[in-house]
Design a protein around this ligand. Sequence first.
Ligand code: GLA
Length: 411
Amino acid sequence: MMRILPLTLPAVLSRLRSAARFSVFALALCILLLAPCASHALENGLARTPPMGWNTWNRFGCKDVNESVVRAAADAMVSSGMKAAGYQYIVIDDCWQTGRDAAGNILADPVKYPSGIQALADYVHSRGLKFGIYTDAGVKTCAGRPGSLGHEYQDAAQYARWGVDFVKEDWCNTVPGQSSEASYTVMRNALAATGRPIVFSICEWGSTHPWLWAGPIGNMWRATSDIQDCWDCKRPWGGNGFLQIIDQMDPIYSYAGPGHWNDPDMLEVGNGGMTDAEYRAHFSLWSLFSAPLMAGNDMAHMTAATREILLNKEVIAVDQDPMGIQGHRVQKDGPLEVWSKQLGDGGRAVVLLNRGDQTAAITANWTAIGYPATLAAEVRDLWLHQDLARHTGSYTAQVPAHAVVMVKILP
Ligand code: GLA
């Protein structure tokens, strides 16, 4: 039993002194412990939920991109309802640059962008959207246009004058020995020096494990090499299909969070290489990953099925969950998998994925998603937009080949 002793004045003073010494020690300890956490994420206040937008590259590449395409995309983002659903950034990828003037200022391609970048940024802003641009940390971009190496502050200042809101920086044509962490830090500092809020998207394809160092540098970093518009395909030069990408995203889930996201690359939904069921799987997993949702299709000419996928507000809400936890795989039985993401309201977004070639039953067990087996929970199908019966312990669905069932489970 604890005894309470009467204290004399010197004893009280001595205790106060030791308490003060302890407080100083505790404060120092807290600062030491908190410092790495505080610096874990880029402190530019942006991308608190994963950025949503559209990028020219997947559909228009270098050959077919021009300012008319970009203006039409901005118009379509508004008229299709994508803006209302949360898509915001219109990003021009590679091939907008041709060279530099005598003072080293970057020049836009006069054939593809005859009105100039300022006019295009103004147009995008006039539609109530944000404008993004692409560069490269090396001497040249991947398509051979001028890169930003040695021009980082000059380029960042130019972007800010144009009103750029998002910068993607690629990793082609670097010089021998160039450090990715140091290079992206230079561009981060150059963007910060402009004083303009600019989302910084790092694109070194996961080649130097950016999840380990890019948190304080970028708002998002590509975790894999370029996405291919196919379910299961590995290209000799490293391109990845849907299945290859999700397998690479699984082990790095703990590195993502508000302001700093793992990026599995831009969406292929609507580009024609996969079935609609496969595209639903693609969109479901990207949302479960808290991935940036950058559409990569021709928004001005979407099928009804593509529009329905990109505009599924219940799935988008999973992606944009404010807690910002990246989901991961919790069960695997051959080609049958269960993926789960913890949500801010205590619920779970759960994807039942059938990688195989035949319809199969897949069961999500409550214990695998962090609930007791005795718990009764609401289950809602996020693609059928239907409340299902309450379930206790598990939920089973028939999942067609190359497809998902996605549900929200809420105790
Ligand atoms: C790299 C990137 C792509 C795209 C192209 C442009 O391959 O990973 O996303 O930006 O360059 O050339």
